[in-house]
Write a protein that binds this ligand. Structure first.
Ligand SMILES: Cc1cc2nc3c(=O)[nH]c(=O)nc-3n(C[C@H](O)[C@H](O)[C@H](O)COP(=O)(O)OP(=O)(O)OC[C@H]3O[C@@H](n4cnc5c(N)ncnc54)[C@H](O)[C@@H]3O)c2cc1C
Length: 372
C-alpha cells in the first residue's frame, strides 16, 4: 500500500510516521523548503538572528524510516480522485492507495488598504520568520502588531529589545478576547510589564498602511514601518474543495478522521471534526497520528474529538494558563486576589473553564477536574 501525506506540519509528520509502521511506502510532500519543524517555536525565535537549533526541527533526514520518503519544496496542486493520484505544481503525478490531507491553515489577514505589501508579514511559516529577521537586520524603529492575542504578546516580548516602539492594535475592546473573560483581560493589562515603547490600541480596526504609518478606524495615525499580522488562522481548503470533498470551516471528517471518500483522510488544523476545527498543536499532533494509523488499518474503533483548548503564555511578565470555555459563572479559587487571578468557570454543575494568572499552583488537579 502506498500512502501519500500532503503537508509537513506536525499533523502530517505524525501521520506519515504512524502510516509508515504498516504501509509499504509513505511519501510526505511538504510545501515549505525546510525539514518539518515545531511551528510554535517561530514566535519564540523572532527576536534572534541566529538560525534555529536542532530542537526546532521535528527530526532529521537520518532518522526517517526506510519506507518514508520526505519531499520538501513540493506543493501538491491537485487531486484526481478517479485516478487516485495527486498532481504536484511541477505537473508530476503520484498514485496513492490512501491520501492524508494535513495542509494546515494560513494566517488570516483582515482587509485593509495595503500600500506596502512587502512590509506586512502574516506570521505563520519559516519563510515569514526569515522575512522578519531580514527586516530587523536592516533596522526597524516602529513595529505594529495587528491582533491582541497570545502570538502578538509573545512577539512583543521577543521584539521589544530590538525596536524602538511596538504598537499592538486589537479589534476587540480588550486583550486576549478569545482566551479570557473581561475581568481576566483587565487583570492581564494591569499586570503587563508596561515598558517604554509598548502601546495598545483597542476597539480599533486597521484602515490603511503605507510602510510609514497605519491609520486606524477612529483616524488615529500610528507610526509603523513594519507590520506583523496575527489575527487567527483559516484552514486551507483549496485542495479539498477542488477535489469536491465536503468542507465547512475545515475539511469535514468523521471521528475516525475519514472524509466522505474512504481513501481520503484529513487531520490537524485543516480538518473539521463534529463541526469543530482546532488551531492547537497538541490536537494537530494527536489527530495526525490517528489519521496515519486509520488510513492504513481502516480501523474506526478509536474516536477523535478536539479537546477544549488549553493555552499557556509567559510573556511581558505575565504567566497565564487558560483552559476550556470562560463564558460561564466566574468563581474565585483559593489564592485569587490582587497579585494573582485564579478563576473557575461553571455552567450549572459543569466546570467548563479555568484561568490562572500568576500563581499556577494546583493546575494539574484543576485541569483534571474540568468537565470536558
Ligand atoms: C507562530 C505560531 C505560534 C503558535 N504557538 C502555539 C502554541 O503555543 N500552542 C499551540 O497549541 N499552538 C500554537 N500554534 C498553532 C500550531 O502551530 C498549529 O495548531 C499546528 O502547527 C497545526 O499543525 P498542522 O500540521 O495541522 O498544520 P501546519 O502547521 O499549518 O502545517 C501544514 C503544512 O502543510 C503545508 N502545505 C499546505 N498546503 C500544501 C500543499 N498543497 N502541498 C504541500 N504542502 C502544503 C504548509 O506549507 C505547512 O508546512 C502556533 C502557530 C503559530 C503560527
Amino acid at each position: 500500500m502506498r500512502v501519500i501525506v500532503v503537508g509537513g506540519g506536525v499533523a502530517g509528520w505524525e501521520a506519515a510516521f504512524a502510516a509508515s509502521e504498516n504501509a509499504e511506502q509513505v511519501i510526505l510532500f511538504c510545501g515549505e523548503p525546510c525539514f518539518p519543524y515545531r511551528r510554535p517555536m517561530l514566535s519564540k525565535l523572532a527576536g534572534s538572528s541566529a538560525l534555529p537549533e536542532e530542537g526546532f526541527f521535528l527530526g532529521s533526514a537520518g532518522n526517517l524510516p526506510k519506507n518514508l520518503q520526505l519531499r520538501t519544496t513540493s506543493v501538491v496542486s491537485g487531486i484526481d480522485r478517479r485516478k487516485q493520484c495527486v498532481i504536484l505544481s511541477t505537473g508530476e503525478e503520484f498514485a496513492y492507495d490512501k491520501l492524508i490531507l494535513a495542509v494546515g491553515a494560513s494566517a488570516w489577514t483582515p482587509p485593509f488598504d495595503n500600500r506596502a505589501p512587502g512590509r506586512v508579514i502574516a506570521f505563520r511559516e519559516y519563510a515569514d520568520l526569515r522575512h522578519l529577521q531580514a527586516h530587523l537586520k536592516e533596522g526597524v524603529s516602529h513595529l505594529l502588531l495587528l491582533g491582541g492575542g497570545v502570538l502578538s504578546l509573545e512577539l512583543a516580548q521577543a521584539l521589544l529589545p530590538l525596536v524602538e516602539h511596538v504598537s499592538v492594535v486589537e479589534n476587540a475592546e480588550r486583550l486576549l478576547p478569545r482566551n479570557l473573560s473581561t475581568a481576566g483581560s483587565e487583570f492581564v493589562l494591569r499586570r503587563l510589564d508596561r515598558r517604554d515603547g509598548l502601546s495598545f490600541f483597542f476597539s480599533s480596526q486597521l484602515v490603511s498602511f503605507d510602510g510609514q504609518q497605519a491609520v486606524l478606524s477612529d483616524g488615529t495615525e500610528v507610526p509603523a514601518e513594519l507590520m506583523i499580522v496575527s489575527c487567527g488562522m483559516r484552514p486551507r481548503l483549496e485542495l479539498a474543495q477542488q477535489a469536491m470533498l465536503p468542507c465547512g470551516r475545515g475539511i469535514k471528517v468523521d471521528c475516525s478522521l475519514r472524509t466522505e471518500d474512504s481513501n481520503l483522510y484529513a487531520c490537524g488544523d485543516c480538518a473539521e471534526v463534529q463541526g469543530r476545527v482546532t488551531g492547537l498543536y497538541a490536537d494537530a499532533k494527536r489527530s495526525g497520528a490517528l489519521a496515519g494509523r486509520n488510513a492504513v488499518t481502516g480501523d474506526e474503533a478509536e474516536k477523535f474529538c478536539f479537546r477544549p483548548g488549553e493555552m499557556r503564555m509567559n510573556a511581558l511578565g505575565v504567566k497565564l494558563l487558560s483552559a476550556g470555555s470562560v463564558d460561564g459563572m466566574e468563581t474565585a479559587l483559593e489564592g485569587d486576589g490582587a497579585e494573582n487571578f485564579r478563576k473557575l468557570y461553571c455552567k450549572g454543575e459543569r466546570k467548563e473553564g479555568l484561568t490562572l494568572i500568576g500563581d499556577w499552583s494546583g493546575s494539574a488537579a484543576l485541569l483534571a477536574g474540568l468537565d470536558r
